[in-house]
Design a protein around this ligand. Sequence first.
Ligand SMILES: [Zn+2]
Length: 252
Amino acid sequence: MESRSTVIDKLRIDYEVPFVSDRGKILDHTIVRINERRKGVEISYALLDPSEQDLDSLFPSDGMDSLAEMTGSILHDLGVMPQRIALQMWDYSVAQGPYSVEGRAPVNKQRDTVLIIFTKSPFVYKFGYEMVLWHQAMHAKDRWERRFPAAHPQVQVSEWIDALWHFSIDGRLEAWNKPHYNKSERLEEAAALFRKLRLPADVTERALRAGDGLWAKEVTMAELVEKGKSLGLEASSQKASSKRQAKGPETR
Ligand SMILES: [Zn+2]
């Protein structure tokens, strides 16, 4: 049998919004090294120290089969039907975020490929990965349907954009009876973020009300940016982000 860690294919993903590195290098695509195909989904293992033994214990074959199958069916349920679906599994996380960091979901600019990145092994941590998968698939859907740009996975948007986006995502999932974080969890998360950004109380109050109002509403990136400007979120996050080295994948 062929080794599970052999590179059998390479998948190039081009982005509309490139990542600019600390040295000013512009990265407008990623190359994903594909190791396996399961249930119509391409699998890439990004391990710090790849060995066959690690692979089998971190990402057991039967677990990967069901994860791949579920990924395909969730995207299909959401009306996202790319030519190529890839899963990238990490056994490490480069991100130091305020909340749990579970994944990312870039799409390419041609809109024929979706990549779902798991930054933690969903098997080792034994959490129900269904919710994470639905969540990431919704980020992918919004990008797929061009409400959000196809951005390089390392591009870090302001945290308040994600916080507001999550009201839209989880509200729609709730309306469809799919696994989601509930509104009170999202309100708490947003409130914690606004505290961290040291927003004035009235701004926080208006921002939380705005989040509440976005529950289950389809939004675009442009609308969120506009909303953030009118609420005065933009200025506050610039102060915070200049102190912080932006890198790594997004939060849940
Ligand atoms: Zn998210």
